[in-house]
Design a protein around this ligand. Structure first.
Ligand SMILES: Cc1ncc(COP(=O)(O)O)c(C=O)c1O
Length: 384
């Protein structure tokens, strides 16, 4: 397309933002600039491209794209979601304190508790659906509030506008890991968040064939810092991965619609199945976060958790599914099923899991975009 897609609709921006025709050949798709360095015109100049760790046109296209989708000032792309979170946390200095959703991704929990705690950063683990608990956890040295909404696997929903206000009253930045809903359904910066994090490995890429992480900044100062840390620490996204994620994002809108409509059919079966004790999905009207999510997002997503009562029942189900694959991760076109207590959240100590209600009977599914009736039938035959 010609011109700036900034003011166009989501699907148009997903396809065109950061993806102009290649200036050298007119290629409609940004090429994979698989190069580590760039020839310079002369000595002492200030070339736009000088070294692959610092600049790469394929990666840059993805960064511009995600900023346009989240409504941020700029984006930065990293080797994985955890690499993005690692860079994000350099906003903090020794002695700074962060209030964190108590049910964040297990890898984030591990990184904060077992790595960053060694460098003088402090964390309080709080149920961020409870604003009074967040308020009580804030200290004079609190500089960050870090949330996932909905959380995985407990599907807890945090009120973004309310928690943003609370964080800002105390001069703390609000960071939202938006991996689960993607900007198609939820754009945290519009509700007052200061930085958005993504594991682009999930819905953004959408095809389970690349890993990546993204940060979206809301101020030029943050963006400048993330660019500086990215060139200094070097945990950047490789060009091939940037290409795959950018290609995935082009179909994000249609994929998310199908993911969600399939999920509605799967949930409708699960809620009435006698072997299922509970279904945790914010799309259900009796879910405690339903009204909040309706307000701050345009959909409920396609990842959900249900309780089959015991480890034995969960194991039986996981071993009997045929269309669903037993695997960690989520957000790909194929449906996945996992056992959080022994897989994604194994790094959370058993006592902490018990406090969260993350019991051995919980099963997490990522509903793909296969035919919904195949997915429903598969779960039914495995549960019977
Ligand atoms: C919500 C969330 N954030 C971050 C991550 C980390 O991303 P990555 O696996 O790309 O490092 C994950 C991975 O599962 C995740 O689910």
């Amino acid at each position: 397309m010609k011109g700036d897609p900034k003011n166009l609709g989501f699907a148009t921006r997903a396809i065109h933002a950061g993806n102009p025709p290649d200036p050298t050949t007119g290629a409609v798709v940004t090429p994979i600039y698989q190069t580590s360095t760039y020839v310079q015109d002369g000595v002492g100049g200030e070339p736009e491209y000088e070294y692959g760790r610092v600049q790469n046109p394929t990666r840059r296209g993805l960064e511009i794209n995600i900023a346009a989708l989240e409504g941020g000032v700029d984006g930065h792309a990293f080797a994985t979601g955890m690499a993005a979170i690692q860079t994000l946390m350099t906003l903090l200095e020794v002695g700074d304190h962060t209030v964190v959703s108590h049910n964040v991704y297990g890898g984030t929990f591990r990184f904060f508790t077992q790595v960053l705690s060694r460098y003088g950063l402090e964390f309080s683990w709080v149920d961020t659906t409870d604003l009074a608990a967040v308020r009580a956890a804030i200290r004079p040295e609190t500089r960050m509030v870090y949330v996932e909404t909905p959380t995985n696997p407990m599907m807890e929903v945090t009120d973004l506008a309310a928690i943003a206000e609370l964080a800002h009253e105390h001069d703390a930045v609000l960071v939202v890991d938006n991996t689960f809903l993607s900007p198609y359904f939820q754009r945290p910066l519009e509700h007052g968040a200061d930085v958005v994090v993504h594991s682009a490995t999930k819905y953004l890429n959408g095809h389970s064939d690349a890993m990546g992480g993204l940060l979206v900044s809301s101020t030029p100062e943050q963006a400048e810092w993330f660019a500086f840390v990215s060139k200094s620490a070097g945990n950047i996204l490789a060009p091939m991965e940037a290409f795959l994620i950018q290609r995935g994002i082009k179909t994000l809108a249609v994929r998310m619609q199908t993911h969600e409509s399939n999920t509605r059919q799967v949930v409708a079966m699960l809620v009435q199945h006698p072997a299922v004790k509970a279904v945790l999905y914010p799309g259900l009207p009796d879910h405690p976060g339903h009204e909040i999510q309706k307000r701050q997002a345009t959909g409920f997503g396609a990842t959900l958790t249900f309780d089959v009562g015991s480890y034995a029942a969960a194991k039986r189900l996981l071993e009997r599914v045929r269309v669903f694959s037993l695997a960690e991760s989520l957000g790909g076109v194929e449906s996945l099923i996992s056992h959080p207590a022994s897989m994604t959240h194994a790094s959370v100590p058993a006592a902490e899991r018990a406090k969260l209600g993350l019991t051995d009977g919980l099963v997490r599914i990522s509903v793909g975009i296969e035919n919904a009736e195949d997915l429903v039938r598969d779960l039914e035959q495995a549960l019977d």
